[in-house]
Design a protein around this ligand. Sequence first.
Ligand code: 2RA
Length: 333
Amino acid sequence: TAQKVGIVGATGAVGKEVIGVLEKRGYPMSSVRLFGSERSAGTVVSTSLGDVSIEAFSVDAARQTDVLFLCVDGSFALEHGEKLAAPGGPLVIDNSSAFRRDPKVPLLVPEINAASGKGHRLIANPNCTTAILLMALAPLVALFGVKRVIVSTYQAASGAGAEGMAELQEGLAAGVAGKPFTNKVFAHPLPYNVIPHIDVFQPNGYTKEEMKVAWETRKILDMPDLPVSCTAVRIPTLRAHSESVTIETVRPVDLAMVREILSAAPGVRLVDDPAAKKYPMPITATGSYDVEVGRLRKNEVFGECGLDMFVCGDQLLRGAALNAVLIAEALVI
Ligand code: 2RA
């Protein structure tokens, strides 16, 4: 049946994509309400149900929905998430990191662990880097088992929201015009650069972004002791994240089986014909619902039980909005 849908943070990079994905997937909606700050209240946004004016957020108003997407920061989610999802309220799907490590809150990539969300009213949407990784990793873990995972990322500006994308585009335009450019959103200027620093450094020397990949991979795969090491790097692409992934498996890897399982995996597109210059790239993954996987090869360090691959996924879609809408589809309709 058609749902009363609400989106908090509808003018942000992820909120806008949620509106687009609901529309493109034909999500059954009887109404859509958009919530924002006092400042954005009154802004008119066009949706598949016509023009909708943004309302100033209140818990009571947002609870008058069936499904509520929170596309705002973690402190907002921590303050309001549980009140919004209390009995009688909507299914709340939170895009922030606020509840991802909370053992009471399911962390879902629907193709992998939708069943863990049954009966819950508050669901966490994973970090984009983790969701993109898991689309390729989970089918392989099911087939060969896994002993350890090593990831290096190449993350787009969109991970830092609309401001991050604007800073990159303005910087690139200034650079091309021979003008100076500076940085506010990123730790350093991003054009013509790569920055091995996303989110804050932790006592163990990893960044929080890197630890999110470890924490969330373990939770989604339900493997609390899985060794995962990530180096997360921001690069000057706009909206698709790339990841170089090495896994040590339990059973020997058969490349033909890897290709077969990844070709059949929902939400995954095998792009692996290096002789024809076909492999995953941000430029082809951008705008796609599927995560691209390729450059498949046996890893020469781990031998028979090792696999290397390259993965690209649209950060705003699989990494955020699409995953959130798929959660709603899996749990509500
Ligand atoms: C980033 N993973 O790319 C973050 C966004 N959630 O910055």
